[in-house]
Design a protein around this ligand. Structure first.
Ligand SMILES: *Cc1c(COP(=O)(O)O)cnc(C)c1O
Length: 221
């Protein structure tokens, strides 16, 4: 999918979207050198899916001012490391997981920025909170002192054409707008990937997570 060098891909995406949108480079499977190239093109937000792989990169690139987002599925036994190494955990999908994050954050004297992952199409095999459960979970999460809820994240279903995902992005935006008045820290709606970010932005996303359109096709997952 990538036709040009990483930097040119980034410039062309940034040229194409409003400056109010945060572009997170989904850098799973990419080398530290590739991530550095993205940083040098102006990106300061990187998203990683696998804790072990991420920690190696975060340590190698610790001299760069990068905000690291965890965007993979977070297992309970990895919470401690996630809290230590990441700036944002985008994929929180239960009160139980939040409690663990809060506990580890407390130990590090850190306020952990998190987002709630929404399973917007209510797909049985996918992680994430169902839309109708979100309000309750938000009110529970707000009680944790070492957690700051900064937004909602959704993947959306896998579809044939980006147009098919539009109604789900609309639902996510509605949910976001419903929650915002009662959660002053709620700032980001993270939705849209390489093949869907244009539709996502049209429907109100303000944070997109782009992998292959920046770095080229992935060799694995
Ligand atoms: C890999 C990944 C992306 C980016 O996917 P592309 O289709 O390569 O842009 C975005 N979000 C999450 C959660 C991912 O795991």
């Amino acid at each position: 999918m990538r036709l040009l060098p990483i930097k040119d891909q980034i410039y062309s995406i940034l040229n194409d979207i409003p400056s109010t949108i945060t572009l997170v480079a989904a850098s799973k499977t990419r080398t530290p050198e590739e991530v550095k190239e993205a940083f040098e093109a102006g990106l300061t937000n990187m998203g990683e899916n696998y804790i072990k792989e991420a920690i190696e990169k975060i340590e190698k690139l610790s001299n760069l001012e990068i905000r690291w987002h965890f965007i993979g599925h977070l297992q309970k036994n990895k919470v401690k490391k996630a809290v230590k190494y990441f700036d944002v955990i985008q994929t929180v999908d239960s009160v139980e997981l939040s409690a663990l994050i809060d506990k580890e954050a407390k130990k590090l004297n850190k306020i952990m920025d998190i987002m709630i992952e929404i399973n917007i199409a209510k797909e049985p095999q996918k992680s994430g909170v169902f839309p109708e459960e979100t309000m309750n979970i938000v009110s529970e999460i707000e009680k944790f002192e070492n957690i700051k809820l900064i937004g909602l994240m959704t993947m959306g279903p896998v579809v044939q054409s980006p147009e098919e995902i539009r109604p789900f992005f609309k639902l996510a935006k509605n949910l976001f707008e419903q929650l915002k008045p009662s959660v002053p820290t709620m700032q980001y709606l993270s939705m849209g990937m390489s093949d869907s970010y244009k539709v996502a932005i049209e429907e109100g996303s303000n944070m997109i997570r782009i992998g292959s359109k920046i770095f080229g096709p992935r060799k694995y997952s």
